[in-house]
Design a protein around this ligand. Structure first.
Ligand SMILES: *Cc1c(COP(=O)(O)O)cnc(C)c1O
Length: 380
């Protein structure tokens, strides 16, 4: 099956064995009748498994070219499950330009449990080797990064991880499997905030993991059940429904993203524009190699480069909504320094380029002309 067909049919061959309903039914139940103790039809209790969630998990595995999918109550619950593979003394190497919530989970929760994090630049993948020692267990990568849109060479990082027998996890939230398939590039774990593009309609918070290896899947499934960070059947249904149009939405996100990035680049009040589709983007060649398009996420600073100048713009936007999150059909604008990335100390933020005038856009699937007109009037 090719990708577009998979978004609709992947893993759904037997979505409703009871009545053959075309859409996966919502099994709103916590438990399942047994004919004799232990005599059940594959489901015992909905933390351990629920048929609606299983349908979604099979769909997720299919679109990421994996073998096993796991759905969680949020993207962070999914990362939390990955980190529970490790024990005190273990070390993780990750990027210094990281989603704020992942940074907070690493430094404010798991560091207290004795796991050590090295947050480094991976522009040059060989830099990773300087931080590897006998305690290193995991390399965790986001690409494109949030919000600076850096691109990390997943294949090169995977080669290093394999050489040192480390797991490689990739947060594929920004790219989605429509644009980038990390398992095919050598990653062991793909993670999603399904809240974003996979769901696509800003109406659910959910997370996902997909892996190929059976042993790793067993360990993660054990953690999913033992720690219990699962999602409910209604939400599983909504994400499954969202997935069916992922390919259609992503195509338009890419087209609109390109138009908006090019418009911003020419505007006299705009400073730097961060979008991997520009030839002068420092990692454009890698983006071209490992992604089939450049997506709808763009960050830009103002020429004035002040907090106030950014505030003036985001407050004037009318089609773009000022809100946290991304990846929905509607266009959103965010101010990372005070919103999504406020949990990262100012000094750390400035080092990676998250200046106070930085604005992040999640370009939606509206008409391109309306989006550009809106930005035009807000930039004034
Ligand atoms: C939103 C996001 C997360 C966290 O996901 P939640 O569903 O909000 O818990 C992780 N990584 C990236 C890149 C994100 O954008």
């Amino acid at each position: 099956m090719k990708f577009n067909t998979k978004t609709i049919h992947g893993g759904q061959e037997n979505a409703d064995p009871a009545f053959g309903s075309v859409m996966a039914p919502i099994y709103q139940t916590s438990t399942y009748k047994q004919s004799t103790p232990g005599g059940h039809k594959g489901f015992e209790y909905s933390r351990s498994g629920n048929p609606t969630r299983t349908n979604l998990e099979k769909a997720l595995a299919s679109i990421e070219n994996g073998s096993y999918g796991m759905a969680f109550g949020s993207g962070l619950a999914a990362i939390d499950a990955v980190l529970k593979l490790f024990k005190p003394g273990d070390e993780v190497i990750s990027t210094n330009d990281l989603y704020g919530g992942s940074y907070r989970l690493f430094t404010s929760i798991f560091e207290n449990f004795g796991i050590k994090f090295h947050l480094i630049s991976m522009d040059e993948p060989s830099n990773i080797e300087k931080y590897i020692n006998e305690n290193t267990r995991l390399v965790w990568v986001e690409s494109p990064t949030n919000p600076m849109m850096n691109i990390i060479d997943i294949k090169a990082v995977s080669d290093i991880a394999k050489k040192h027998k480390l797991l490689l996890g990739v947060d594929n939230t920004f790219a989605t499997p429509y644009l980038q398939q990390p398992l095919d590039l050598g990653a062991d774990i793909v993670m999603h905030s399904a809240t974003k593009y996979l769901g696509g309609h800003s109406d659910v918070v959910m997370g996902a993991l997909v892996v190929k290896d059976e042993k790793l899947a067993e360990k993660l499934y054990f953690i999913q059940n033992a720690s219990g960070g699962i999602c409910g059947p209604q939400d599983s249904y909504l994400i499954l429904r969202g997935l069916k149009t992922l390919h259609l939405r992503m195509q338009r996100h890419c087209e609109n993203g390109e138009a908006v990035a090019k418009f911003l680049k020419k505007h006299p009040k705009v400073g730097k524009v961060y979008w991997p589709g520009f030839e002068e983007h420092p990692n454009h060649d890698i983006a071209k190699q490992q992604m089939s398009g450049f997506g709808g996420m763009i960050s830009f600073s103002t020429k004035e480069n002040t907090l106030q100048s950014a505030k003036n713009i985001v407050e004037k936007l009318k089609v773009f909504t000022l809100a946290e999150s991304l990846g929905g059909v509607e266009s959103l604008a965010g101010h990372p320094a005070s919103m999504t990335h406020a949990s990262i100390p100012a000094e750390e933020r400035q080092k990676t380029g998250v200046v106070d005038s930085l604005i992040r856009l999640s370009v939606g699937v509206e008409d391109e002309e309306d989006l550009i007109e809106d930005l035009q009037q807000a930039l004034g």
